[in-house]
Design a protein around this ligand. Structure first.
Ligand SMILES: NC(=O)C1=CN([C@@H]2O[C@H](COP(=O)(O)OP(=O)(O)OC[C@H]3O[C@@H](n4cnc5c(N)ncnc54)[C@H](OP(=O)(O)O)[C@@H]3O)[C@@H](O)[C@H]2O)C=CC1
Ligand SMILES: O=C(O)C1=N[C@H](C(=O)O)C[C@H](O)C1
Length: 251
């Protein structure tokens, strides 16, 4: 067998981190060389000889982790949410000075969720109305979810490309928050409920019809095939890659 890829996990004690640690340990072509959590020194990752680091930490820490490890020549697979155009641009610029290093940032590694986003973007131009509902466990710190944000942005781009106008909405009186967040003109609603893991519905409406696209992650193992695919490929994708769809022939 060829040499195993040496992998570090950041946020290793968290819900996702623990699942990634197990998945890496069970993969015959990967070797877990470091598992670090909050307040750990990232030099552990470098000293362990990690080739790829997987980051499932918190939005306030992830960008700093990425810049520090890019400087050290470590490839990164990032699932942590909270990225925006500006923070992604800073990573892209940094990578221009580090040819050969790859960073893949994806808001969702579940194959079904990536497909749901792609289907929604494809369908968006054919519908007058669209709203997104994301439903998660109540321990999630960010809202809307990174997935819902990514979904709404892609829908907005598809609507703009098709020269669709604003989504119809006659609301002039509402309690704050009643119509959800406005992500580039697409309303996104966030539900937090004990018992849930990660779920998303995209509702598309026309006069007399509705298309509902729904994805459910019932268990965090659903994210692992996508994470492992990214770990295996990120080293041969220098620069910044955003979204697992780029690896699935869906972009
Ligand atoms: N892309 C995807 O497919 C998915 C993305 N996510 C995202 O992944 C992130 C993590 O989710 P989840 O596992 O549920 O969250 P958790 O809160 O369970 O885990 C986060 C872990 O990161 C640790 N941590 C905090 N700061 C640092 C740091 N600077 N360095 C290393 N570790 C740190 C935390 O430690 P402590 O608690 O001590 O602060 C905690 O153990 C979220 O942003 C979530 O939205 C989640 C699921 C799928
Ligand atoms: O916090 C979570 O749990 C999840 N976070 C990601 C997001 O914000 O989109 C991915 C998935 O929805 C689970």
């Amino acid at each position: 067998m060829s040499e195993r890829i040496r992998v570090a996990v950041l946020g290793a004690a968290g819900r996702m981190g623990q699942t990634v640690v197990r998945a890496v340990q069970e993969a015959p072509d990967l070797e877990l060389v470091a598992a670090v959590d909050a307040d750990a020194d990232l030099s552990v990752v470098v000293d362990a000889g990690a080739q790829v680091a997987v980051d499932f930490t918190v939005p306030s820490a992830t960008e700093g982790n990425v810049h520090a490890l890019v400087d050290a020549g470590v490839h990164l697979v990032v699932g942590t949410t909270g990225w925006d155009d500006e923070s992604l641009a800073r990573v892209r610029d940094h990578l221009a000075d580090r040819p050969g290093v790859g960073v893949l940032v994806a808001p969702n590694f579940a194959l079904g969720a990536v497909l749901a986003m792609a289907f929604a973007a494809r369908a968006a131009r054919w519908f007058e109305s669209v709203e997104v509902i994301e439903l998660h466990h109540p321990d999630k710190v960010d809202a809307p979810s990174g997935t819902a944000h990514h979904t709404a942005t892609a829908i907005a781009a598809a609507r703009a490309a098709a020269a669709l106008g604003p989504v119809p909405d006659a609301t002039t009186q509402a309690l704050d928050g009643a119509r959800g967040a406005d992500v580039e003109g697409v309303r996104v609603h966030s539900v937090r409920l004990r018992g849930l893991v990660a779920h998303e519905e995209i509702l598309l409406g026309n006069a007399g019809e509705q298309l509902t696209i729904r994805h459910d992650s019932f268990d965090r193992v659903s994210f692992m095939p996508g994470v492992l695919l990214a770990v295996r490929q990120v080293g041969s994708r220098p620069g910044l890659t955003v979204g697992l769809e780029q690896l699935l022939d869906l972009a």
